[in-house]
Design a protein around this ligand. Structure first.
Ligand code: SF4
Length: 703
């Protein structure tokens, strides 16, 4: 007799509810959950094929260990594997200090997994060297929200997509990256043709199909464009002076800055028509409600923080925040990047939206955990972390649920780091990822449909993720692996003291973690797995007294800053460092395809998902192909200052002349040579530390 288990999709930050049909051993089918408020039954091509991606041949099934880099790994039992890991980590910490080890984790972990890693790093080990692939995803948005609004809290709900009169989509191919939300927007536009949609993107992506206006700006010039829009809004009297005076700080300084961003200057910097700039400003300035949606096009940049804040400035200047259909709304890339931020899973954060650099926050967390202190020394962000591994400062690295040997920029250096690191542990559901080849110890982890916990989606909604079947082989839940390591390390590093890791279930981890949210902007201290089961998925902050979550933040004009006022952030446009030149004459952009996810460890197991795009390709405008005397489908050498890949070239009218696009998904499992990230830059934003994955200068020549 088949059963149905309600859970969530494991791919993007929309966080769709799914109904998993199974027989207790195998997952047979997946349908959209009609009762889940993220998707009301809809699923995209990735979510609806989840049951076709369980290829057992791709899974890591047993712990495997090697005792020398030149050796192959051999199967070992869990006790041997974990004892060895604890012994190497313990010895390294004893000999070289706690900052000689590091954890690199993932926005695809569940909140309970994240919390276990955080507590382990900050208590038993005593390091802030815990960073996540969310650094590559949302860290610029974190900075943007905190600097402007006082807390890392997206203020909107998905229903605002339907309610808004003017939707600005910037740096996001929402049609591919967040398809179910795009369907909601598409339907809303069909029902209300007066709804205005503006897309800002260097490429004419599929998202542009429903746009009233597409601004194909030159890559990296977003700050100039936003300042130019504000310049016009001010000139035309389309700002909300009462809101600015009553609820913000810093407007005069910003006014002074944007005075220079005239339509003529912005048109020249951004490569867009002055009339289009004026039209966009009019659509924004005259709309009763204005919503902006953004993703990696803003975040993955050396100016990612400035871009986020320049966009939020537009909402503050027009008073378009805290009301239905209005506000700045980041679309989270990964399914639980939000949960990572909540639990403090970036090296500069602590649980409950606290900062590792804030002494009072450290004291609060230490007191809650019953330890003398949590570490004050700054932790390493992703790029810094792999560089520290490469030069030998970090000597033992624990990687969980992510594939840095495919996803990190400047792969040559990342692989050198992994190759040289004395001890690399990879905790992974799939045994064939690019990173697994560097594992001295491979630990098999349970995956989607097999594990329990919670996730928070882009609209702050927490869902209970439920298992349908047991994990294959000897794979274990991520939280259980971390707690096992923690208990073994406690014997070495905290002998004689009571264990901090007595957790027996993910519900117990949730119940401890939620106490760290009490009194904070994200307070969900009265929520539990059982209450979510009773009430359905809930948005934080969740108030027990009302029995439901909070759809919209800042509705009273009071922000999460010390004085309750939002802040305008005044930063000038600074061009990206790596520009086209005679030798590298094209600007490369990278991004998602409709049917693939990240490094394809899961989607790459379903033949159906290659039907849309079969192979990695370099896309160029047809004029570029002609002027370079190339042929459609011809193999070309693509070079940047960091490396080379060989790919077929294809003509694509979506790309402007002078630019190029390669999808982010293919790594060396599918290509001869490394994937696109051998070309991308390790340069990062000075505040968010998010790398510039969206822009690199390349050359293209026939092979
Ligand atoms: Fe999954 Fe995102 Fe598609 Fe929803 S939109 S089904 S969460 S990949």
């Amino acid at each position: 007799m088949n059963k149905v288990t309600a859970s969530t999709c494991c791919y993007c930050g929309v966080g769709c509810g799914v109904l998993i049909e199974h027989d207790g051993e195998r997952i047979l089918d997946v349908q959209g959950d009609p009762n889940h408020p993220a998707n009301y039954g809809r699923l995209c091509s990735k979510g609806s094929t989840l049951h076709k991606t369980g290829d057992i041949a791709a899974r890591a099934l047993y712990p495997e260990l090697r005792l020398g880099k030149a050796m192959g790994r051999s199967r070992v039992d869990w006790d041997t594997a974990m004892e060895h890991a604890a012994q190497v980590f313990g010895t390294t910490i004893a000999e070289h200090g706690p900052d000689s080890v590091a954890f690199y984790i993932s926005g695809q972990l569940l909140t309970e997994d994240y919390y276990a890693f955080n507590k382990l790093a900050r208590t038993v080990v005593g390091t802030n060297n815990l960073d996540s692939n969310s650094r590559l995803c949302m860290s610029s948005a974190v900075v943007g929200y905190k600097r402007s609004l006082g807390a890392d809290a997206p203020p909107c709900s998905y229903e605002d997509i339907e309610l808004s009169d003017c939707v600005l989509i910037v740096g996001s191919n929402m049609a591919y990256a967040h398809p179910v939300l795009f369907r909601r927007l598409e339907q809303a536009k069909a029902e209300n043709p007066d709804k205005r949609i503006i897309v800002i993107d260097p490429r004419r992506t599929n998202t542009c199909e429903i746009a009233d206006l597409h601004l194909a700006l030159q890559p990296g010039t977003d700050v100039a464009l936003f300042h130019g829009l504000l310049h016009i809004l001010l000139w035309e009297g389309w700002t909300d002076r009462a809101f600015v005076d009553g609820h913000t700080q810093g407007f005069d300084e910003l006014k002074s800055l944007v005075r220079d961003y005239t339509p003529a200057m912005v048109s020249s910097i951004c490569g867009i028509d002055r009339d289009d700039l004026q039209t966009a400003a009019r659509m924004i300035g005259s709309a009763p409600s204005f919503l902006s949606l953004w993703c990696m096009g803003l975040n993955q940049s050396t100016a990612g923080s400035a871009k986020n804040n320049a966009l939020i400035n537009l909402h503050l200047a027009t008073g378009q925040i805290g009301k239905p259909g209005s506000g700045p709304f980041s679309l989270t890339g990964q399914p639980n990047a939000m949960g990572g931020r909540e639990t403090g899973s970036l090296s500069n954060l602590l649980p409950g939206h606290r900062d590792a650099g804030n002494a009072a926050h450290r004291e609060e967390v230490a007191a809650y955990w019953g330890v003398d202190s949590v570490p004050a020394s700054p932790g390493l962000s992703a790029i810094e972390l792999f560089e520290a591994v490469r030069v030998g400062k970090v000597k033992a690295l624990w990687i969980a649920c992510t594939n840095p040997a495919q996803s990190m920029p400047d792969q040559t250096l990342v692989r050198e780091a992994l190759q040289n690191c004395p001890f690399v542990v990879v905790q992974e559901a799939f045994g064939n990822t690019e990173t697994c080849q560097f594992a001295d110890l491979l630990l098999p982890a349970a995956s989607w449909g097999e594990k329990e916990g919670s996730v928070t989606n882009s609209e702050r909604r927490i869902s209970h993720v439920r298992p349908a079947i047991t994990a294959p082989g000897e794979a274990r839940a991520d939280w259980a692996i971390v707690c096992d390591l923690a208990r073994r390390l406690e014997k070495q590093l905290r002998p004689g003291q009571p264990s901090l890791f007595g957790f027996q279930s993910p519900a117990e981890l949730f119940d401890e973690f939620k106490g760290l949210t009490a009194g904070r902007d994200l307070d969900y201290s009265t929520l539990s797995h059982a209450l979510i089961d009773q009430l359905g998925p809930q948005q934080w902050p969740f108030r027990a007294i009302t029995g439901h979550g909070t759809a919209r933040l800042y509705t009273d004009g009071h922000f999460a800053t010390d004085d309750g006022r939002a802040r305008f952030v005044s930063e000038p446009f600074i061009p990206a460092k790596e520009q086209r030149d005679a030798r590298f004459s094209l600007t490369l952009n990278t991004g998602r395809l409709r049917d693939q996810w990240h490094g394809m460890s899961r989607t790459g197991t379903a033949a159906q998902l290659f039907g849309h795009v079969e192979q990695a390709q370099l896309s160029l405008h047809p004029d570029e192909i002609r002027s370079r005397r190339l042929r459609d489908g011809q193999l070309v050498s693509v070079r940047s200052r960091r490396g080379e890949i060989i790919l077929p070239v294809t003509a694509d009218e979506q790309i402007r002349p002078g630019q190029a696009f390669i999808p982010m998904h293919w790594g060396d499992r599918f290509l001869k040579g490394l994937g696109v990230n051998v070309l991308t830059q390790p340069a990062f934003d000075p505040i968010s530390k998010q790398p510039e994955l969206k822009q690199a200068s390349i050359s293209v020549t026939p092979v």
